[in-house]
Design a protein around this ligand. Structure first.
Ligand code: HEM
Length: 471
């Protein structure tokens, strides 16, 4: 660990394996425990690697032309893998993240207007209020207090979703949601050996049985919320102007196949709310947590961001332009610690990628974890160097070498929402807080759907005495 600006900081990561293929048992064990440990040194050196695994034929693609081919140019030939559906399906089956074909296209058409820049701009002030309230709740003093950053950031991003999407109608349930989500991620949202071995769906998966309670908790709360809001809209009573009302009122007016101005069913609305909570709250919380950790070890960058935070004014329509280092630090953090570290696709028909023929049914892995640390694509890939993402340098980065939000038609619909809330949250925190590590050892990432910290991430936050000068 080093904290000076002129020494390069390379955050701790789990050891990488040497190139030998894994035997079946270690493969199953690593898939279940921490899939990012599956990747060997060769994955970070070679543009793509082809082979056979317990999943069948598999191609790991880590070069921009191949990523562009799979995610954009020939996206119609790829669907999300069965594994993703098995892992997340019990919670999100009818939601945007997991549906395919015309069902997905129609939902995407209906949901896209909810996430336009104009719509996002209406959420700034509410996001800033929620962040200020959470930070005030910490009652920071000069002595400081140690925060469980994972839990606080999850609480914060949940509060933001709850305020902007449901006008706080889920209010007060953040802790219950967090508990249920942790239970789901720790038990159910794992690659079960039975899935890898192709066991039928009815064969009971231990982890998934343990997560049934959390799935039921989510479903009940969200269904209640949707039904209550639908009833309110139908009686003609004024409904809050939030994303839930927009979701219930949204119609497919684009004239796409089967559109005829139809909206989403209550089941689809509920599944999409769950999707937004699961895809939106956990990922952004992890991005914020890793960012605070990296800043705690880099006082020079911390001071830069504090200076930007001091001048931050959410009522200025151009507020984001005043936070170039904040954005760059976030983007560099998501390069090194992508909240969604791996994407899997299944080829519907045979294809050729980077000169390699693959058969129908082959699995293609595109991993931001590998791609964004790849030695052929990045200078000093494991080093934390946010200046890569300053406006003057950013255009040198290939669109398909940096994909924390994916790319192509299935790009994250909430990317602008996430960047906006994360920048506002950082500004709110750093305006008042000094951030310091508590222990010498750095937290290390573990892949449990999102990239989480293996040990609880704890940091000391102290009240800042003055704005920190920046060179
Ligand atoms: C830092 C925060 C976030 C990251 C890193 C992230 C990352 C991603 C990635 C990589 C995908 C593509 C997954 C795949 O194709 O397999 C995705 C899809 C998606 N994300 Fe996000 N996401 C974030 C925040 C959000 C937020 C805030 C929302 C909603 C409010 C959201 C909603 C979704 C949805 C609905 C999809 C599915 C889109 C589709 O398939 O059409 N995400 N996200």
């Amino acid at each position: 660990m080093d904290a000076t600006a002129d020494t390069v900081f390379r955050p701790a990561i789990p050891p990488r394996r040497a190139g030998k293929p894994l035997a079946l048992l270690p493969f199953l064990w690593i898939s279940w425990r921490d899939p990012i440990r599956m990747w060997s040194e060769r994955h970070f050196d070679e543009p793509q690697l082809h082979g056979n695994s317990a999943f069948g034929e598999i191609l790991v693609v880590s070069h921009p032309a191949g990523v562009r081919h799979v995610l954009t140019e020939n996206a119609a030939n790829y669907v999300k893998g069965d594994l993703q559906r098995r892992v997340l399906g019990p919670m999100l089956a009818e939601g945007l993240l997991l549906t395919e074909g015309e069902t997905w296209r129609r939902a995407r058409r209906i949901l896209a207007p909810l996430f336009t820049p104009a719509r996002m701009a209406t959420l700034n002030a509410r996001m800033a209020e929620v962040c200020a309230a959470r930070v005030a709740g910490w009652s920071l003093s000069a002595r400081g207090r140690v925060l469980d950053v994972d839990s606080e950031m999850s609480g914060l991003t949940f509060d933001i979703l709850s305020a902007t999407m449901f006008s706080d109608e889920l209010g007060g349930e953040a802790k219950g949601f967090e508990r249920a989500l942790n239970q789901f991620l720790a038990n159910g949202a794992r690659i079960d050996p039975l899935d890898v071995l192709g066991a039928p769906d009815w064969a009971p998966r231990l982890g998934r049985l343990a997560s049934v309670r959390s799935a039921r908790f989510f479903e009940q709360r969200v269904t209640r919320l949707v039904e209550a809001r639908r009833a309110r809209i139908e009686t003609g009573a004024p409904a809050p102007d939030d994303l839930l009302s927009a979701l219930l009122l949204a119609r497919d007016e684009t004239g796409g196949p089967g559109s005829q101005g139809a909206g989403l069913s209550d089941e689809e609305v509920a599944a999409n709310i769950l999707t937004f909570i699961l895809a939106g709250h956990e990922t952004t919380a992890r991005a914020l947590g890793w960012t605070l950790h990296l800043l705690s070890r880099q006082p020079e960058h911390l001071a830069r961001l504090q200076a930007e935070a001091d001048a931050f004014d959410v009522s200025d329509p151009k507020w984001a332009e005043g936070l170039p280092w904040t954005r760059a630090v976030l983007e560099e953090t998501m390069r090194l610690f992508p909240p969604a570290p791996t994407m899997a696709r299944k080829a519907l028909a045979e294809d050729e990628i980077g000169g390699q023929r693959i058969g129908a049914g082959a699995t293609v892995i595109i991993s931001p974890w590998i791609l964004q640390r790849h030695r052929l694509l990045w200078d000093d890939p494991d080093a934390f160097r946010p200046e890569r993402f300053l406006p003057e340098n950013r255009k040198a980065i290939d669109r398909y070498a940096y994909i924390p939000f994916s790319a192509g038609p299935r790009v994250c619909i909430g990317a602008a929402f996430a960047m906006q809330e994360a920048m506002i949250a950082l500004a709110a925190i750093l305006r008042v807080a000094q951030v310091e590590p508590v222990v010498r050892d750095e937290p290390r990432p573990v892949h449990q759907i999102t990239l989480r910290s293996r040990e609880p991430m704890r940091l000391r936050l102290r009240a800042r005495r003055t704005a920190t000068p920046v060179s």
